[in-house]
Design a binder for this molecule. Structure first.
Ligand code: HEC
Ligand code: HEC
Ligand code: HEC
Ligand code: HEC
Ligand code: HEC
Length: 450
């Protein structure tokens, strides 16, 4: 198959067909001038974006003060600065000698990748400030359509008018309306990630397509860009509007940058709205039994996608449970951590909601580029309730009250993973957010020999 490369400054991205192609030159068996992974739309061989047309976020921010401030605090502005991202990319660069460098940047900086500011063997220090803006204003507001719902599937035209949700004369600049701005597929272009083998790595959009949210036309924007009242720009003749959309893109947001307290509160509230826990234990354990059945129901309250979603192979969402007697002796514990903060490897009762990637040796891997399949998916479907049960053995002769405490916990990464990237400080700084907690007291009649 012949690779058609987009010509000129504008795209001709459709050349790759609706799903593009992820051919590497290696796969095509050509002699390599330069080992590089190519996709006509998102990783072109010749530039399809001319950086000299890009104005940069600070320029837009001169007028759109609130949008700029919010975006600055969002993960979108950190997409190329994120220390974990950089550590991964540097590891991958070392492993592949440049051959896959642009694969990781096609969404984290579409502008930098398509302008070929990012080339095989690049270093973050040498990139232009526009590239380092990550998922920036013009990475979205120059989108003229969505060619495929994954892997940087947007068509970008940086030369034309600013794009937005509707056609608009504007008192300062015209805006050309693009319908997708108000549709979930707009986010899909970057948020659904397929590996080079085609493996589905991240799929919030695909999950959304089958969800109760989609059925009632509730989009990603409805939840992640809530409306607020404000001024679009500080012009005296422009009154406040009630239909502005938050650009903070609240998600999990808790790790490597210190968000303003307001953003942190908002993030925590958002996360806590995502799950519910119910604890079911008997009020009394009658004599003649030597086990306490503990049941927990976990509900994903999000109607738009699974919990967790996105990079589910990094995220940790798990249940902790502790059963104590009146003296504080712990009869049972799961979901607790070692001194270094890791979940115990000998924790047989551990219940964790996420996915696991497997490499070509059949081993679990946290390096998405090495993954060839997914071995486990325990994420919760939209609005799903899942029951989990433990049988806690009770010591002979015991009598009296028992205290049962459970919680659903979330953190961005396993500390062990960050240590494996030499990010020791970040591993220590990782915070655990309790999404929900439950407790109950149980009375135990004397536990006899059965
Ligand atoms: C010199 C000031 C100024 C700059 C710079 C500017 N804008 Fe605007 N923009 C405005 C004003 C004012 C409006 C609202 C016009 C009105 O209501 O008549 C607007 C409207 C918009 C809208 C449409 C709002 C709607 O209601 O649909 C979008 C989208 C937008 N701007 C994005 C951008 C982006 C992206 C940039 C940077 C590339 C940018 N603007 C740069 C002043 C500016
Ligand atoms: C198709 C677009 C796309 C591609 C390609 C892509 N990413 Fe991402 N990446 C995303 C999106 C979207 C998120 C946010 C998802 C989330 O938070 O769950 C993300 C999040 C991440 C995060 C988590 C950041 C944090 O601090 O929470 C890391 C690390 C990361 N990506 C690394 C990589 C690496 C390494 C590659 C290449 C192997 C890569 N990405 C390729 C879109 C992409
Ligand atoms: C140009 C690519 C791109 C587009 C388009 C895009 N995103 Fe993102 N988004 C990213 C990347 C990359 C990240 C991860 C940045 C990081 O953490 O390093 C991200 C992160 C996020 C996060 C934060 C997740 C977390 O871990 O806290 C949310 C929420 C989010 N995006 C929502 C959206 C929504 C909603 C849309 C559609 C309106 C959208 N994004 C469109 C690239 C994109
Ligand atoms: C009904 C509201 C709702 C809708 C619709 C929705 N989300 Fe979410 N989303 C949430 C909540 C609540 C969370 C926080 C819980 C979590 O992290 O999973 C979240 C989390 C996320 C995260 C962070 C996941 C992580 O752990 O890194 C990403 C990325 C994301 N959503 C993207 C999207 C995209 C893309 C769409 C549309 C295809 C979408 N969301 C639709 C409510 C929603
Ligand atoms: C990840 C994609 C993305 C990024 C990055 C982004 N925007 Fe937007 N923006 C949108 C979407 C989507 C809408 C329309 C939401 C809707 O109408 O449902 C929007 C709407 C707007 C509007 C119209 C008014 C409003 O609030 O609805 C303005 C103005 C705007 N953006 C300015 C900016 C500026 C300035 C930046 C950079 C500082 C920026 N945007 C970055 C996706 C993005």
């Amino acid at each position: 198959m012949v690779l058609v490369i987009a010509g000129g400054i504008l795209f001709s991205g459709c050349a790759a067909g609706p799903f593009g192609n992820f051919l590497s030159q290696e796969d095509k068996g050509q002699s390599l001038e330069q080992e590089d992974t190519v996709d006509a739309l998102s990783m072109p061989l010749d530039p399809t974006v001319d950086l000299s047309y890009v104005r940069g976020a600070a320029y837009c921010g001169e007028c759109h003060l609130q949008h700029y401030k919010d975006w600055k605090q969002s993960r979108h502005s950190h997409a190329m600065k994120d220390v974990v991202f950089r550590a991964f990319v540097e590891e991958m660069q070392a492993e592949h000698n440049g051959a896959k460098d642009r694969f990781c940047t096609q969404c984290h900086s579409a502008i930098g990748t398509r302008s070929r500011d990012i080339v095989p063997g690049f270093s973050f220090e040498e990139l232009s400030s526009y590239t380092l803006e990550g998922a920036t204003c013009e990475g979205c507001h120059r989108v003229v359509g969505v060619e495929r719902p994954f892997n940087s599937g947007h068509l970008l035209d940086v030369t034309g008018d600013v794009r937005g949700p509707r056609d608009f004369e504007g008192i300062v600049h015209p805006i050309q309306g693009v319908d997708e701005f108000r549709q979930a597929v707009f986010c899909a272009g970057c948020h659904d990630v397929r590996g080079q083998s085609g493996l589905k790595l991240e799929s919030p959009y695909e999950e959304w397509l089958d969800s109760p949210s989609a059925a009632r036309s509730q989009t990603c924007q409805d939840c992640h860009m809530p409306l607020y009242e404000g001024r679009i720009a500080p012009y005296p003749n422009l009154t406040t509007r009630k239909d502005l959309h938050s650009h903070r893109f609240v998600g999990i947001d808790v790790l490597d940058h210190d968000p303003a307290p307001k953003t942190r509160d908002e993030t925590e509230a958002f996360l806590r709205s995502s799950a519910r826990l119910t604890l079911i234990v008997p009020a009394v354990v009658a004599s003649g039994t030597d086990e306490l059945p503990v049941e927990v129901e976990v509900t994903n309250l999000i109607s738009g996608h699974r919990l967790p979603t996105g990079s589910t192979f990094f995220r940790q969402l798990w249940l902790s449970l502790e059963v104590r007697d009146v003296l504080g002796n712990v009869l049972f514990t799961t979901g607790d951590q070692t001194e270094e903060g890791d979940l115990r490897t000998d924790d047989n009762g551990l219940v964790i909601f996420g996915t696991q990637l497997v490499d070509s040796e059949g081993e679990r891997t946290f390096r998405p580029w090495r993954a060839i399949s997914e071995s486990i998916d325990t994420t919760l479907a939209p609005e799903e309730t899942r029951k989990v049960q433990w049988l806690v053995p009770l010591p002979l002769g015991m009598t009296g009250p028992l205290y049962v405490q459970g919680s659903l916990n979330f953190r961005a990464f396993p500390p062990k993973l960050l240590r494996s990237l030499n990010l020791y400080d970040e591993a220590r700084k990782l915070s655990i957010l309790e999404l929900a907690s439950v407790e109950a007291e149980v009375w135990v009649d004397i536990v006899d020999e059965l």
